[in-house]
Design a protein around this ligand. Structure first.
Ligand code: THU
Length: 136
């Protein structure tokens, strides 16, 4: 199981690959699954602005492609020392694959700035089990 320093290193490496020419706000994310596997992602913007992808979204896509289904912990690293907390849409995207106690850490290169649970970020949330109670 990777420790937080390793996740931060991987998220910084992902941020270095970001494509963010419009916002100049590169973001990297590194998540670890319940199986201990790590997946990373960066934001990918587009000249048609609303089509841009967030770093968390990219990491989740990588996880799904790699066969992962449950996020245990997620690190997000933005370009400044202001904590880069997941946008509203990404909170819901994380919710699809994480339980309420999953940890989300907003970090810079040097360490953790802010740690939240998914339930802190998205209380009283709507998820897969709301659609099909037997699956929960
Ligand atoms: N962004 C992320 O990738 N993750 C976040 O947690 C917040 C914002 C991206 C989206 C956009 O490419 C840029 O940062 C500015 O909003």
């Amino acid at each position: 199981m990777p420790d937080i320093e390793e996740l931060i290193r991987l998220a910084v490496r992902a941020r270095d690959r970001a494509y963010a020419p419009y916002s100049n706000h590169p973001v990297g994310a590194a998540l670890v699954t319940d199986a201990g596997e790590v997946f990373t992602g960066c934001n990918v913007e587009n000249a048609a602005y609303p089509l841009g992808n967030c770093a968390e979204q990219s990491a989740i896509a990588a996880m799904v492609l790699g066969g992962g289904r449950t996020i245990r912990e997620l690190v997000v690293v933005g370009p400044t020392d202001a904590p880069c907390t997941p946008c509203g849409g990404c909170r819901q995207r994380i919710r699809e694959f994480a339980g309420p106690d999953a940890l989300v850490h907003a970090c810079n290169e040097r360490g953790v700035l802010l740690t939240m649970t998914l339930d802190d970020l998205l209380p009283e949330s709507f998820g897969p089990e709301n659609l099909n109670p037997r699956k929960s």
